[in-house]
Structure formats: structure tokens, C-alpha cells
Design a protein around this ligand. Structure first.
Ligand SMILES: Cc1cc2nc3c(=O)[nH]c(=O)nc-3n(C[C@H](O)[C@H](O)[C@H](O)COP(=O)(O)O)c2cc1C
Ligand code: SF4
Length: 491
């Protein structure tokens, strides 16, 4: 069975069918025929990273639900999601979800915020996760939990789900146009950046007091940390040279080390950015969304607005600066690195390979397996260059039935240290526990990348797996989501 030109993973049926398909696509993706459980399982092997012994090779990626209270506390939905993260059996919880260090940096009016008043409830999230993990796995040995700290930069909507309130570092000719940033919109000043660094340090102190063992200083997906890395055209101390563009990270780390000794630090970074994509206008109409094509960047060359993008040809990656960034991270004593790609706002096919687009996206411009391969190869190259850093990889969900086979192979072959799971744990939280115990996969619960967990929040609804998780399927918001999808010709 085909969707567009792409074979559906479900239709491939067997590992050999999956491998044949990889061969047809010319993808040299490692894939083991047999997934091992028990003491010899590569995915069940512990990993030592600095002071941590991480009990197995599954990590849960951060995923927010746009479902906190207006003052930034977890809701019942948030608690349920974190409970599921604990039930998964994964031993590394990378960040839980993006938590804003202060109000103006919230990506939406329901994002968690690490204020003094919210600290106790954000500690409870962790406690809930640990209790669920013990319930599922018998103990919490080898469980390591971090909190992702963020400021959403040009993607802030702190007060109203429909109103951007961007805080930007430089003028980005393509993103300013795409997201309607006015030409005279003020840039964050160096003084404002220093005040923000103080807010991060306070948030890190609170995270530590809550019991989190590390904080992720988020540098990905187009949010503020990531924007620093591409601030080539910015004047002053935080722009221009890579030294200046990594000053934010360096000062954050120095501040946290001074104020919160004992708290480990990780970084989730988009290894490269490309020029923004949009639905192909030639193939889009009132009733159809075209496949993704790069927006016209011809007036923006050399392209000095992307981190890890080739300046002459910004639909290609150039990892030179990514390597330099990891050198900086390493020199700061950071050992935990989580690699992701691009941004869900302007290159969603890079970040989350999927067959079905979200309402603000486009049809896949390539077989999504190529997108998965891009993730795997990027991490492999970085792991080879930095063997003593611990890498978490992203973008595995699209592998569906064959996720365990590929996950085991890439860990066994040392392409990656930990397999990070995103959407798959929204639809099927217990997948890691099932794989580690040698139980058959529950195929009806496999995420099929329908993208409703993105379409919902893009339209003011809470996120969740509406098609496969009964909690959302039966919720009143499902009715609204169906209307939204119909209107966007996605239903
Ligand atoms: C609903 C949803 C919420 C997400 N929230 C975050 C977040 O808070 N922080 C983050 O770094 N990435 C976030 N992501 C990206 C995921 O962590 C992950 O990188 C992405 O889904 C690709 O992995 P996958 O193929 O396993 O889903 C989110 C993704 C989804 C679908
Ligand atoms: S809504 Fe469910 S099936 Fe669809 S992408 Fe999200 S987790 Fe996967």
C-alpha cells in the first residue's frame, strides 16, 4: 500500500520487508533481525555518564502538552503525561517538557513556568513520574531525570494563544516575514540578555531543589537558545563570531555552576537548520496542501541566518559550527547532548519525520524514512567526532514496528548512546518496557505519525494522542479537532 510515493511502514509487515524497502530507497540504515531482551540486550545495558549510571538506553524526549494552568502549574493532563513517561521504563527522562524560566518566555499561555509559586507542583511532577516508574519496573535504580529550561524567543505567546509576542535577537529576513515580525520590532538588548541569564540560574536552582538531577539548557527548534547560535548578523557581545554566539551558553553554565553546584547540565541542540519550508504553491489549492519546498531564499544569500546551514546553499547542512559548538560544550564540562534537527515551526519534516502533516505544515517532501536516516547519520557523525560525549538521538518514532530493531542496531554499532522517544510515548508509553521485557509490540498503539498532537495545540487545543489514546479520543476537544482538520482539508 502506498501513500503518495511512500510505502506505509505498516504495510512492510516483516523485518525483511522493511529492509527491502530501505534498500529500494538506498538507505544504509542498521536494522537487527532479532531484538534481544534480558542481560545481553544492547538496549538494556546501563550507561555511565559523569556521575550518572543510566539504567538502559531508552530516553524520553521532552514533550509539552500546552496544558498547564494559566499561572504555569501542571494540570491533570500534564501529570498524566509525566506518569506515562515514568511507566515507559526508559531510564533517562530528558527534560520532561519545555519549562519557561519566566512569563514572557512562554511559548503559549499554558506552558509550565518555573516560578517560586510553581516550584512545589513541578517537584510533584517528578515525584509522580518516579512513583509510576517504580510501579512499572519494580524500582527506580538507574533512573535519571532532568528538566528542560527555556525561553521561547521569537516563538513566544505568553498571554494569548493567538498572539505572538516575539523576543528576537536579530532580524531574520525569512522568519520575520513568515511570522509577521514588524520591521521596527525591538531586539533583546545585551542588558536584557544578562537579566535573562540570571532568571535561568534561579530556575536551575529551583529545579535542583525539586530533585531534578540535571537541567537541559535548550538550544533547539528555533527558540531563544537556538537563535543565539545563528545570530551572525547581531552586533554586540552575543552576536557575530561563534565565540559571541556561544556566550549565552557559557554564561549560563558559569552562573549555574557557581550558584547550583551539584546540578548537572545537558544541552538539546538542533544540529543544523535549513531555510524555512512551505507547502509547494504550485501543488496547493483550497482543497489540498502541497508537499514541502524551501521558501525562496534567493534574496538572502549568503544565508547568514541558520546554525549549521550551508551559507551558499541553505537547504544543505554544514556541520562545521556544530562541531565547534560541541567543542565549547565539552570544554564547559557538559557531557549530555541531545541532538535534534531544524524547527517544528518552519522545517517540521526535519524535526519530526511524519507521513501526515500538521495543520501548519506541508505534505512530506521526501519519504519520511529519509528524514529518520538524516537524524541517525547526523548523530553518528557527531558521536564519531566526540566519542566521550553521551548522545541522545531523536526522530525514531516514524520507524513504528521496526523502531526496536533499528534502535538496537544503532546502539550496538555505537552510532548513538541513547534512543530518544517522542511521539511514540504519547500513543504507546509502555513501548520501552515491552521491548526490554521481550514482550510483543502492541501494534494498535503504535504512533502512525498522524500529527494530531501538533495540529491540536496549533489550534488552541491541548496536545495529546487524539487518534490512539482514549483519554483524548473521548474528550470534548476531539470534536473541535475534527472540525479544525476538516477545515484544513486534513480529515
Ligand atoms: C506534542 C509534542 C510536544 C513537544 N514538545 C517538546 C518540548 O517541550 N521540548 C522539546 O525539546 N521538544 C519537543 N518536542 C519534540 C520531541 O521532543 C521530538 O524531538 C520529536 O517529536 C521527534 O521525535 P519523535 O520522532 O520520536 O516524535 C515535542 C514534540 C511533540 C510531538
Ligand atoms: S497524534 Fe498520536 S499517532 Fe498522531 S503523531 Fe501524535 S502521537 Fe502519533
Amino acid at each position: 500500500m502506498k501513500f503518495g510515493d511512500f510505502a506505509k511502514i505498516k504495510s512492510l509487515q516483516t523485518t525483511s520487508g522493511f529492509k527491502d524497502n530501505l534498500q529500494r530507497l538506498g538507505l544504509a540504515m542498521p536494522c537487527d533481525d532479532i531484538v534481544v531482551s534480558g542481560p545481553n540486550s544492547p538496549l538494556g545495558a546501563a550507561l555511565q555518564v559523569g556521575p550518572f549510571t543510566i539504567g538502559n538506553r531508552f530516553a524520553i524526549q521532552p514533550m509539552e502538552g500546552w496544558d498547564g494552568t494559566e499561572d504555569g502549574k501542571p494540570s491533570d493532563n500534564t501529570i498524566r503525561r509525566w506518569r506515562n513517561f515514568g511507566l515507559s521504563g526508559a531510564k533517562l527522562i530528558w527534560g520532561g517538557e519545555a519549562v519557561a524560566v519566566r512569563h514572557d518566555g512562554r511559548a503559549n499561555p499554558n506552558q509550565l513556568t518555573m516560578t517560586a509559586g510553581n516550584q512545589a507542583s513541578i517537584a510533584q511532577l517528578r515525584d509522580t513520574l518516579v512513583a509510576a516508574h517504580r510501579e512499572a519496573m519494580g524500582d527506580d535504580n538507574g533512573l535519571v531525570i532532568g528538566l528542560q529550561l527555556t525561553h521561547s524567543g521569537r516563538f513566544c505567546k505568553p498571554n494569548d494563544k493567538t498572539r505572538w509576542e516575539p523576543r528576537i535577537l536579530y532580524r531574520h529576513p525569512m522568519l520575520d516575514r513568515k511570522f509577521h515580525v514588524a520591521a521596527d520590532h525591538p531586539l533583546l538588548s545585551d542588558g536584557e540578555i544578562r537579566a535573562l541569564i540570571d532568571d535561568y540560574v534561579i530556575a536551575a536552582r529551583r529545579a535542583h531543589d525539586c530533585g531534578y538531577q540535571f537541567v537541559d539548557l535548550k538550544h533547539c527548534h528555533g527558540y531563544l537558545g537556538h537563535e543565539f547560535l545563528s545570530a551572525k548578523t547581531r552586533a554586540g557581545e552575543f552576536g557575530g563570531s561563534l565565540l559571541n554566539r556561544t556566550r549565552f551558553l557559557c554564561e549560563l553554565v558559569a552562573g549555574i555552576r557557581a550558584e547550583v553546584p551539584g546540578l548537572e547540565i545537558g544541552v538539546r541542540v538542533s544540529a543544523f537548520d535549513l531555510a524555512p519550508f512551505r507547502p509547494d504553491p504550485a501543488q496547493s489549492g483550497p482543497d489540498s496542501l502541497g508537499p514541502g519546498v524551501p521558501d525562496d531564499y534567493s534574496q538572502c544569500l549568503p544565508y547568514r541566518y541558520g546554525f549549521g546551514a550551508d551559507e551558499r546553499d541553505p537547504v544543505k547542512a554544514d556541520l562545521t559550527e556544530t562541531h565547534a559548538f560541541l567543542d565549547v560544550a565539552k570544554s564547559l564540562g557538559i557531557r549530555l547532548i541531545n541532538i535534534t534537527l531544524g524547527s517544528p515551526y518552519y522545517t517540521p519534516h526535519l524535526t519530526r519525520p511524519a507521513l501526515y502533516p500538521p495543520s501548519d505544515g506541508y505534505k512530506p517532501p521526501e519519504d519520511p524514512l529519509r528524514g529518520v536516516m538524516r537524524h541517525l547519520e547526523t548523530v553518528r557523525a557527531l558521536k564519531q567526532a566526540f566519542p566521550d560525549l553521551a548522545f541522545v538521538g531523536s526522530g525514531y518514532t516514524y520507524l513504528q514496528e521496526f523502531l526496536p530493531n533499528v534502535a538496537q542496531a544503532v546502539v550496538r554499532e555505537n552510532w548513538v548512546d541513547l534512543v530518544g522517544l517522542g511521539r511514540m510515548v504519547l500513543s504507546y508509553p509502555e513501548l520501552p518496557a515491552d521491548v526490554l521485557a521481550g514482550r510483543a509490540l502492541q501494534k494498535k498503539r503504535l504512533c502512525r505519525t498522524f500529527s494530531d498532537c501538533t495540529t491540536a495545540p496549533r489550534n488552541g487545543l491541548v496536545s495529546g494522542c487524539y487518534p490512539l489514546d482514549h483519554h483524548y479520543k473521548k474528550s470534548p476537544q476531539m470534536v473541535r479537532l475534527t472540525q479544525v482538520k476538516k477545515a484544513a482539508n486534513l480529515a
